[in-house]
Design a protein around this ligand. Structure first.
Ligand SMILES: O=P(O)(O)OC[C@@H](O)[C@@H](O)c1c[nH]c2ccccc12
Length: 277
């Protein structure tokens, strides 16, 4: 007699991956901000060395007719497991810079991606490229922390935040002269992202519930991005033909991680993507 009730309640008791990650992230911020209060992390952010201009670097690539490659440094992921081992962020940053990447993205989330602030610091110190802190931002404290560790841009995942939260994080990033990449997965999130000031709109091809990638997501959403914004196709891009597929619908900027991290020669693999058009 209780069976229908059990079936109906099951989806609510099994949180999806994003919900699980965000719950853990709130805990992490609580613990870290207890050790370093907001006033102290803000002081560190405001005295860090000058940010590099992430947005201008991508605009310049687009204006020059180049591929704007945001090359990602990522050791592991929920969908891919351990992706690269041994893992040397500084060497990878040099390799990506040599290949002609426009910017870097470095995972700093530990529980799900085996990332670390030290990976970002080492990568940034090894090159002159602007660096995105790839993490799940849920609280202003993390934006200051991002700048304090050297990050030049933060990620704002629309699926993870209310409009008000997203605006608050963007305002803090702007006050620190950092860039903002607003990430969307569907039309509703795209509409909300366009309410932010940032020009950088990332269309994530990875479905956060199934963790599968499908480039059709960018094919649907990139054409809807207004001309005064810069669309960036994210996730699941594996080869030059994928790069051309994204450029065909209007995304000359791409964010690529796993397929590069799995190559022994990341310089050659990244150069191949940069030269795809
Ligand atoms: O490794 P891929 O499939 O090339 O994807 C890179 C990047 O888009 C992906 O790491 C990513 C996109 N949005 C995120 C949010 C959090 C963590 C990771 C991500």
């Amino acid at each position: 007699m209780n069976a229908p009730h059990l079936i109906l309640s099951e989806p609510q008791t099994v949180p999806d991956t994003l919900a699980r990650i965000l719950a853990d992230k709130y805990e992490e911020v609580r613990a870290r901000s207890a050790a370093t209060p907001l006033s102290e992390i803000e002081r560190q952010a405001r005295t860090a060395d000058r940010p590099r201009d992430f947005v201008t670097a991508l605009c310049q690539a687009v204006a020059d007719g180049r591929v704007g490659l945001i090359a990602e440094i990522k050791r592991a992921s929920p969908s891919g497991g351990l992706i690269r081992d041994p893992f040397e962020p500084a060497t990878l940053a040099e390799d990506y810079a040599r290949a002609g990447a426009t910017c870097l993205s470095v995972l700093t989330d530990a529980p799900y991606f085996q990332g670390h602030a030290e990976h970002l610091k080492a990568a940034r110190a090894a090159c002159t490229l602007p660096v995105l802190r790839k993490d799940f931002m849920v609280h202003p404290w993390q934006v200051f922390e991002a700048r304090a560790m050297g990050a030049d841009c933060i990620l704002i995942i629309m699926a993870a935040l209310s409009d008000q939260q997203a605006e608050e994080l963007e305002d803090i990033a702007r006050s620190l002269d950092m860039g903002v990449l607003a990430e969307v997965h569907d039309r509703a999130e795209l509409e909300r992202a366009l309410g932010l000031q940032t020009r950088l709109i990332g269309v994530n091809n990875r479905n956060l519930k199934t963790l599968q990638t499908d480039l059709a997501t960018s094919e649907e959403l990139v054409p809807l991005v207004p001309a005064d914004r810069i669309p960036i196709a994210e996730s699941g891009i594996r080869n030059p033909s994928d790069v051309r597929r994204m450029a065909d619908v209007g995304a000359r900027c791409i964010l690529v991680g796993e397929s590069l991290m799995r190559q022994p020669d990341v310089t050659a693999a990244a150069a191949e993507l940069v030269q795809a058009l």
